[in-house]
Design a binder for this molecule. Structure first.
Ligand code: NDP
Length: 331
């Protein structure tokens, strides 16, 4: 028996379970040069929402009535390929299916003895790399500076904050519950935290938490939190536009304060990026993250949901902040 999850509708606003369809399909057999993969861990990520729109972007949209795909750790259970053997674990952009074949293109072997397999979807995967390279390429942090991070208790945000501490900066995080604020301070060593859901005046709260202003703002959420951060940005500040989850389900783009004069008067760099821009730097980034993990300079959280059938709900739950750290489904 084999099952897949198709995109049934393009979500209007917030995604719902009705936007997905479960379908039973045949278990495939690998041809010459192919492997048969059994899905083990599935990464659900906010950016998948963008691929559900029928829009031209840096990555092609999902097609209706076709399987959704995301980062997946799978076990090779049959191999007709010289490059993989039965029992290998691989990481790749794969379809939401319990079993699938692959010709091996785009698959990387992962070593479960060096780190838990799920870590290759988080701290040692695209989210860790995004945190590291976004800060390195655009943030250009210097010791003693103030780093403000939104989405601070999520997969990217927790890594960003810890790198800020490794670099000797003051780090302030923004997240959506008091429990998350406690965790970013106690487990991830952020200096200060702001609960944006219980704070009336974010501009003032950021000013109080960052008395020397904000040198680098690592933005995972966009919208009004970005506006409040921009009101506190320093001369020569850098704004790393990594994500804008507060806008992903909006059907119309909201209006807000304009940032042009801040950028000019304060000589601020505001730059977006997609982590794929820097693919040639992935191996070095993973190496650095793995070294920090080994040295106990870096730690991570995961919210692991169990069961293939839970994949769509786990994805939807990202927009309610139900995850702490990386949201992963264990199959
Ligand atoms: P997270 O683990 O941070 O999960 C999403 C979190 O966003 C939730 O836990 C929730 O936490 C917060 N959130 C949800 N809705 C809102 C809202 N309306 N306003 C403010 N916060 C909200 O996800 P990732 O770490 O995987 O991704 C973080 C960001 O980075 C995303 O925007 C993603 O798209 C982006 N990204 C960009 C990449 C790139 O190449 N540029 C690559 C990878 C990710 P809370 O309880 O705090 O609200």
């Amino acid at each position: 028996m084999n099952k897949t999850i198709l995109l049934k509708n393009r979500p209007k606003g917030r995604p719902t379970l009705d936007d997905f369809e479960f379908k039973e399909i045949e278990k495939p057999s690998p041809k010459e040069g192919e492997v048969l993969l059994k899905t083990k861990y599935v990464s659900v990520d906010p950016y998948l929402r963008g691929r559900m729109r029928d829009e031209k972007s840096y990555i092609e949209p999902f097609q209706l009535n076709e399987p959704v795909e995301s980062g997946i750790i799978a076990e090779v259970i049959e191999s007709n390929s010289e490059n993989f053997k039965k029992g290998d674990y691989v990481n790749g952009m794969l379809q939401w299916k319990q079993f699938q074949t692959s010709n091996g293109k785009g698959l990387q072997k992962v070593d479960g003895s060096k780190a838990p397999l799920s870590a290759y979807l988080g701290v040692l995967g695209l989210t860790g790399i995004t945190a590291y390279l976004g800060l390195k390429k655009i943030g250009d942090l210097e010791k003693g500076e103030t780093l403000l991070v939104s989405g601070a208790s999520g997969a990217v945000g927790t890594v960003v904050g810890q790198i800020g501490k490794i670099k000797g900066c003051k780090v302030v995080g923004i997240a959506g519950t008091d429990e998350k604020i406690k965790t970013i301070k106690e487990k991830f060593h952020f200096d200060e935290g702001i609960n944006y859901k219980t704070t009336d005046n974010m501009k003032k709260a950021i000013a109080e938490a960052c008395p020397n202003g904000v040198d680098v703002y690592y933005d995972n959420v966009g919208g009004e939190i970005l506006d409040a951060a921009m009101a506190n940005i320093n001369y020569n500040g850098r704004v790393v536009c990594c994500g804008a989850i507060s806008l992903y389900n909006k059907t119309e783009q909201p209006t807000g304060p304009r940032h042009e004069t801040t950028l000019i008067k304060k000589s601020v760099l505001m730059q977006g990026f997609t982590v794929r821009d820097y693919q040639e730097e992935f191996p070095a980034a993973i190496q650095q993250l793995a070294t920090w993990l080994q040295e106990d300079k870096l730690t991570y959280s995961e919210t692991i949901v169990e069961g293939f059938d839970e994949i769509p709900q786990a994805f939807i739950d990202l927009f309610d902040g139900k995850n702490k750290g990386k949201m992963i489904v264990k199959v």
